[in-house]
Design a protein around this ligand. Structure first.
Ligand SMILES: Cc1cc2nc3c(=O)[nH]c(=O)nc-3n(C[C@H](O)[C@H](O)[C@H](O)COP(=O)(O)OP(=O)(O)OC[C@H]3O[C@@H](n4cnc5c(N)ncnc54)[C@H](O)[C@@H]3O)c2cc1C
Length: 495
């Protein structure tokens, strides 16, 4: 079984970034935890453990938090820091032999610069995360080109490995076909629950001698996150929210959802008053939880006698494939098809965040309607502060600004209205990206761009032509208010 897992990783999840040979004289193997910030159900960590055992070297798990990433602010930093603190406590309280956990919080811009190269100098090789957004893609390209040891990235993002598809999927329907073809096999090779259990003790992991003087970080600072946060050169106007960025919290939310909300997912998910979604997207985004464990838990709710081996591709239709309960099917269609179509798209298209990546029909129709008169035009800051004439839109934006999340159904309406109120389609795209990524805890994700670009035609088809939208799908607040229950929601966020 172990060999099979590695075979599966090698075939579809492993991205070799250079042709360097393992440095057998190195002191340790590095796992640089960039995107999937968890030590369970993590293929990249599992691979790093296998390499460490193979080379008979200790493992160094390095987790850094920089202050120079786009939209850096108190809200995101606090969430990530809670996860780092959880790891720090775990490794302090459980002295696991043969591994060293190295957290590093950048206290000033540029402080962490060069750190990975200092570690690389004494390393046998580096394993990190494959994650298809430009920030991490750039790090991976740069480091892979510069180090003289192997630099390998592993995809631990979803159920269907990024390596199975050859090009960007045009629609969710086409990707669903791919999903239906591979899922049974993919689920046969789940990531190990506790990869560190397999790590043998190859001795202590010693850091390079010049490390401490160049990169001193007092780990005691993690004991008081508020004080640490206050001292950092980040945007303090986007405040932290009550969501706790730990794996423990992710598991609690998943368990609660599967036990108490899953069976009503289909009926409830579109109604803001019922809050029927899992709410897991921030934890999925920061890799605190694996989609494997969610799928596994959800499939355990299928009726007795349900058997995964009986699943047969059904031409990409979004119902009937998973058999069993329709609510299971409905949830898995979001978690697997809709979540992963965005990852696959961004993986194949480095321009995934550019207007030009939209389908031709969408660009043509927007071009034809770009100069249509707009009844309302709002500035970025008016929109940010929920100062429009539309009560539902303002409430959704207030939820996003104050809570760091927005109800799924309203997110679609929110995006569509921005197209109507910003003066041009290119401007609308800029504003959508800015507001989403400035406030949303799950922002800067491949799915941020799926959702935003869906509003502009990606993964969608042409609809009846109308002003401003052209053939893009249209949504109105009036019909939304008739379709969904949001009285209670408006009481909370509407004033
Ligand atoms: C304009 C716009 C912007 C969006 N921005 C983001 C974003 O920044 N980050 C983000 O993760 N999602 C984004 N989405 C997609 C979707 O709205 C969220 O994933 C969903 O609301 C998360 O809520 P949940 O965790 O309760 O989802 P659930 O309904 O519980 O679904 C479980 C998981 O499946 C995935 N998922 C569910 N619906 C979608 C969808 N429509 N598209 C892609 N994946 C989905 C998410 O990972 C989600 O956590 C956006 C959608 C739109 C229209």
């Amino acid at each position: 079984m172990k060999n099979s897992i590695l075979k599966n990783i090698n075939s579809y999840r492993k991205f070799v970034r250079n042709n360097n040979d393992w440095n057998k004289n190195g002191d340790y193997v590095v796992y640089w935890m960039q995107a999937n910030r968890r030590i369970e159900y993590n293929y990249a960590l599992e691979y790093a453990v296998a390499v460490a055992n193979n080379l008979q070297k200790p493992l160094l798990i390095y987790e850094v938090l920089n202050v120079d990433y786009p939209w850096v602010c108190e809200r995101f930093h606090h969430f990530i820091l809670e996860g780092i603190k959880e790891h720090h406590l775990y490794f302090t309280n459980n002295s696991i032999k043969g591994v060293r956990y190295l957290p590093y919080i950048e206290l000033e811009k540029g402080h962490a610069e060069g750190l990975i190269y200092t570690l690389a100098a004494n390393a046998c090789g580096i394993i990190s995360d494959e994650f298809p957004v430009s920030k991490i893609r750039k790090y991976n390209d740069r480091v892979g080109n510069k180090v003289t040891v192997p630099y390998i990235t592993i995809d631990s993002n979803g159920i269907i490995p990024l390596g199975v598809s050859e090009k960007d999927p045009y629609s969710a329907y086409l990707f669903r076909k791919v999903m239906q073809k591979y899922i049974v096999e993919a689920l046969k090779y789940p990531p190990a629950k506790e990869p560190l259990v397999n790590l043998k003790n190859w001795g202590q992991c010693t850091l390079p001698t010049n490390f401490k003087e160049r990169y001193a970080f007092d780990e005691n600072l993690l004991n008081n996150l508020d004080t640490l946060l206050d001292s950092l050169p980040i945007n303090h106007t986007i405040k932290k929210v009550e969501k706790v960025g730990t794996r423990e919290s992710a598991l609690e939310i998943m368990n609660h959802f599967v036990e108490f909300k899953l069976a009503r997912y289909e009926e409830d998910r579109n109604h803001p008053d019922r809050q029927g979604g899992s709410g897991l997207s921030p934890w999925l985004h920061f890799g605190k939880i694996s989609s494997y464990e969610i799928v596994d838990k959800v499939l355990s709710k299928q009726p007795l006698g349900w058997n995964i081996e009986e699943l047969e591709p059904n031409g990409g239709k979004n119902s009937g494939f998973f058999r069993g309960h329709s609510y299971v099917e409905s949830f898995l269609d979001e978690l697997i098809t809709w979540r992963e179509v965005g990852f696959q798209f961004a993986h194949h298209r480095p321009d995934y965040d550019q207007f030009d990546s939209l389908p031709d029909w969408a660009k043509k129709t927007m071009n034809e309607h770009d100069q249509d008169p707009r009844e309302y035009v709002y500035s970025l800051e008016e929109l940010a502060e929920s100062q429009t004439h539309d009560q539902i839109w303002n409430a959704a934006q207030t939820e996003l600004r104050t809570q760091g999340v927005m109800h799924n159904y309203l997110r679609m309406l929110w995006g569509k209205k921005i197209i109507e109120w910003t003066g041009s389609h290119i401007k609308a795209l800029e504003v959508l990206i800015e507001l989403n990524n400035r406030y949303a805890l799950d922002g800067c994700d491949p799915n941020s761009y799926s959702g935003i670009f869906w509003c502009l035609g990606r993964f969608d088809r042409a609809w009846q032509e109308r002003e401003i939208f052209g053939k893009l799908r249209y949504m109105s607040s009036q019909s939304t208010s008739k379709k969904i229950k949001l009285k209670h929601y408006l009481n909370i966020y509407g004033s």
